[in-house]
Design a protein around this ligand. Structure first.
Ligand SMILES: Nc1nc2c(ncn2[C@@H]2O[C@H](COP(=O)(O)OP(=O)(O)OP(=O)(O)O)[C@@H](O)[C@H]2O)c(=O)[nH]1
Length: 285
């Protein structure tokens, strides 16, 4: 799926992570709220075992608010602290510091009892590429940085930062891998733009996204593309819907065929850009 995730790289990153985790009091995982499970590193529970955890549901501006609430509950039930953020506007990011203090309240109280007043808690922020980790960190540090970019794999190296008095943050090194041996995961990551487009052909991806939308947000695509979702089960539902939408828009090839590839590209751009509204593609199992 991506050249960066070969076994040697994974072993090295795992080792680095284990070292860094020893130095921190809590692990904060940034995920994309539209695909909160799929956009996780599948080994994080094991790597961060025993540490207090926080889940940062990012890109809430693009996700269905009801589903974001369902996911927040899901992760809280697993014992994690949860905050919900739109790091691009900053909405929700101000909750981070107080959530860290609450998560680590026992530890801070213990330190205070021992007279270690003013000792900073250390937290680590992790995330697979392109979930918005750099944008989130820039927000909570109140800075503008050239590092955030709309392409996978921009974060490099590790650095400590002071969020505010009493909270230090480690921006993690290494590029974390998603669960890339699962086709469904690859499709969902590609639909949201988290992995490069060229790993799947655009038309196939467009078909898959149409199928997902027909399930998760049928009225949205009916209204937007003036299409009808067949009532009977359909073997190539995604392709059928792409064809309908392409026909409506008059996307014809020279021989009169419908240009489903062009339609697929538009669908993907519109979904990724939030033009279709706030849609979550994944439900908790
Ligand atoms: N709509 C929306 N876009 C966001 C949000 N957070 C980040 N982005 C955008 O997502 C893109 C990727 O963000 P980055 O911060 O570079 O992602 P990253 O996880 O640090 O990626 P790497 O550097 O590859 O690890 C950028 O275009 C951001 O502007 C958000 O909450 N909502």
């Amino acid at each position: 799926m991506n050249i960066q995730w070969y076994p040697g790289h994974m072993t090295k990153t795992r080792r680095q992570m284990a070292e860094y985790i020893k130095q921190v009091d809590a692990v904060c995982e940034v995920v994309d709220a539209r695909i909160p499970q799929v956009s996780r590193n599948p080994d994080m529970d094991e790597i961060a075992a025993g540490k207090p955890r926080m889940m940062i549901l990012n890109r809430i501006d693009l996700a269905d608010p009801n589903m974001t609430a369902v996911w927040a509950k899901h992760f809280r039930e697993q014992g994690m602290a949860v905050i919900q953020t739109d790091s691009r506007s900053g909405n929700g990011t101000q909750a981070f510091s107080s959530a860290v203090r609450t998560l680590l309240a026992d530890k801070i109280a213990q330190w205070n009892e021992k007279g270690l007043v003013g000792k900073s808690v250390r937290v680590m922020v992790v995330g697979i590429p392109n979930v918005g980790k750099s944008t989130f960190i820039n927000r909570i540090l109140g800075r503008k940085s050239a590092k955030a970019a709309d392409r996978p794999g921009v974060t490099r190296g590790s650095q400590w930062f002071r969020v505010e008095s009493g909270i230090d943050l480690l921006d993690t090194p290494g590029i974390l891998w998603p669960k890339f041996d699962d086709e469904r995961v690859g499709i969902l990551l590609a639909c949201t733009g988290a992995i490069k487009d060229d790993i799947l052909d655009v038309e196939t991806l467009g078909c898959k996204l149409m199928e997902l939308l027909a399930e998760q947000a049928p009225q949205t695509i009916i209204d937007r593309y003036s299409i009808a979702i067949p009532e009977e089960e359909c073997d190539f539902l995604g392709y059928e819907l792409l064809q309908q939408a392409g026909r409506r828009r008059g996307f014809l090839l020279r021989g009169g065929e419908i240009d489903t590839e062009r339609m697929a590209r538009i669908l993907l751009d519109e979904f990724r850009g939030g033009v279709l509204g706030r849609i979550t593609l994944e439900k908790p199992e």
